[in-house]
Design a protein around this ligand. Structure first.
Ligand code: ZN
Length: 155
């Protein structure tokens, strides 16, 4: 093979170069299991709402806190959230039904009140007319009394 002679082997130089930053970097290469460096931000309150979907690694990673999210757990949490929404929707529909019934009751009450007001206005009109008649009669009687007094006074 002539290819080996074309490209010079610089691996020794590369190792020396990396060794300048970490003198024990070769130990890391000898290990079977190496831990991933910790995520930049670990937020225990993060709900992992924004995910990075890696179809090559078949893995979901939170874009905010960097945590690897179990797909089933994530779908399960969404399902529980939808159950809560379901419950709230049912309550809201019940409230709408109750408010409609209350509105119908108020409309009926309004119609009744208008009827009572109309009846009261008629009664008030009758009373006004009776008062006018009584006032006329009183005026007539007062005038008559005055006439009788004048007639007696002249005698
Ligand atoms: Zn997160």
């Amino acid at each position: 093979m002539t290819d080996e002679t074309d490209i010079p082997d610089n691996s020794e130089n590369v190792l020396k170069f990396t060794g300048r930053f970490d003198s024990s970097s070769d130990i890391r290469e000898m290990r079977n299991f190496v831990a991933v460096p910790p995520a930049k931000s670990r937020d225990p309150r993060c709900t992992h709402a924004h995910l990075l979907v890696d179809d090559y690694l078949r893995q979901l990673t939170c874009r905010r806190c960097g945590a690897v999210v179990d797909a089933f757990d994530w779908i399960n949490s969404v399902c529980k959230g939808e159950t809560t929404v379901d419950f709230e929707l049912r309550q809201l529909r019940q409230e709408i039904t109750d408010h409609r019934l209350g509105l119908e009751r108020l409309k009926r009450e309004e119609v009744n009140c208008r009827g009572r007001i109309r009846t009261a206005q008629f009664k008030l009109n009758d009373i006004k007319m009776a008062t006018e008649c009584a006032t006329k009669e009183l005026t007539f009687l007062t005038d008559r009394l005055e006439q009788v007094k004048n007639l007696r006074g002249t005698r």
